[in-house]
Ligand binder design. Structure first.
Ligand code: 3PG
Length: 417
């Protein structure tokens, strides 16, 4: 088994193959074809030295089966992996193949995993989402409009009492979901158990007051056993959702949480903090599209996928990723994409024009930074989304909703940085 054995441009992937598209720039002195063969080799069962195994292990070898096209970031290379190479239902094992050693090997200057086509035999070995976009009606009263979420700001530092007070104002103003921020877990200034207990007590009061279902995306991110314990605590206090920082806590931790939340009927909100360490450089790493695919297989119900170029964060093809999350994946539920990062009422219409209404809209600063405070900020965002759903312009709706008028005057259509 030599590198050349891992390249066959005449090979047609079978229905059971996992087909991965990479884009690479070969290392100095190496041709694209040689680099492609090395990618297939190192990510399956080859190495730098020629091997003469006693038994035939070629059935577990990947094949680079297509090369090109080329763009400014490198040349596309398609690699087909036989499904027998993979353990059922294990994201860590799959990623140790398709995004493992190859990311750092000298044979490539840069390499990016762009896209995967998942065969049924692999996709069905994962649970997929429990609810997907059905949370809009199964767990919330959002109907056809985007569910609205908000993170109290400042994102860390508020006491539990302050956090709950902000939550009450936001729910009263019209948001559906309170959300912890990615770096709020169990700090001394706002301990997890107290926050959860007090927030759900307030949630019950606000449901009574508003007549709408309200809930809380509780960040349970921690080491794995602790995440499971925190999920159980959320369930004990009447929550329907947990939030997990899926990249920083890792795929195996997420898979364990998914197994436990099945028993507890909890939906999983996936925050993608740290994704940009993998996907920000267009020539290297793992695309957000692929990260979203792994998350759907693992079984998250929502995932942050960006804001289509609006807002404060760099985004990669939000609309295309969202479309994939809604497409058929061998019978798995869809995933509700979450648009978040620098959103405010004045750009809601542009956002929903770009992404459609089957998304969750999340705003922190765009609610709590409202000149008249959180409740007015929530009212303004809700009015903007309701206006869009009713086909009415923001300016027209603002005539009857002063809080929206104030938000539009304050922020206009700016994209914050
Ligand atoms: C998030 O969790 O996505 C951010 O906290 C969003 O905050 P922002 O709306 O203030 O940008």
């Amino acid at each position: 088994m030599e590198y050349a054995d891992f390249l066959d441009e005449s090979y047609e992937p079978s229905d059971d193959d996992l087909v991965c598209t990479f884009r690479l720039v070969p290392g100095e002195g190496i041709s694209v074809a040689d680099a492609a063969a090395r990618v297939a080799s190192e990510s399956s069962n080859g190495t730098w030295a020629a091997l003469s195994p006693e038994s035939d292990v070629r059935q577990y070898s990947a094949l680079a089966c297509d090369i090109g096209p080329e763009d400014e970031h490198g040349t596309q290379v398609t690699v087909a992996y036989p499904s027998g190479l993979f353990e059922d239902g294990s994201l860590p094992q799959i990623l140790s193949c398709i995004a493992g050693n190859i990311m750092g090997m000298k044979a490539v200057e840069t390499i990016r995993l762009l896209d995967c086509e998942w065969p049924a035999v692999i996709a069905r070995s994962f649970p997929g989402p429990q609810y997907g976009s059905d949370v809009r009606t199964e767990l919330l009263d959002a109907g056809d409009r985007p569910p609205l979420a908000t993170v109290p700001k400042p994102k860390v530092g508020l006491s539990t009492e302050e956090h709950v007070s902000v939550a009450e104002s936001a729910w009263r103003g019209g948001v559906d979901l309170l959300k912890d921020d990615e770096n709020l877990t169990d700090q001394t200034f706002n301990p997890f158990e107290q926050r959860v207990a007090d927030s759900f007590a307030a949630r019950d009061r606000l449901e009574e007051e508003t007549g709408e279902r309200k809930d809380y995306l509780v960040n349970i991110t921690a080491e794995t056993d602790e995440m499971v314990r925190r999920a159980e605590f959320v369930d004990d206090h009447g929550g329907s959702f947990v939030m997990v920082d899926i990249i920083t806590c890792g795929w195996s931790g997420l898979q364990t949480v998914r197994r436990r939340t099945e028993d507890l009927d909890l939906a999983i909100h996936a925050h993608r903090a740290m994704h940009a360490a993998f996907d920000r450089l267009p020539q290297h790493g793992v695309s957000m599209r692929c990260l979203a695919q792994f998350a759907r297989l693992a079984g998250v119900d929502h995932i942050h996928t960006g804001t289509a170029g609006l807002g404060k964060l760099e985004n990669e093809d939000t609309a295309g990723i969202n479309e994939w999350l809604r497409s058929d994946l061998h019978g798995h539920s869809d995933v509700l994409p979450v648009a978040s990062g620098g959103l405010h009422p004045g750009i809601v219409d542009q956002l929903l024009d770009a992404l459609g209404t089957n998304v969750m809209v999340q705003a922190g600063g765009g609610i709590h930074g409202h000149p008249d405070g959180t409740e007015a900020g929530a009212r303004a965002l809700r009015a903007a989304v309701d206006a869009y759903a009713d086909g009415e312009s923001l300016d027209s709706r603002a005539e009857s909703v002063p809080a929206l008028r104030t938000a539009l005057d304050e922020w206009g259509t700016q994209n914050p940085r």
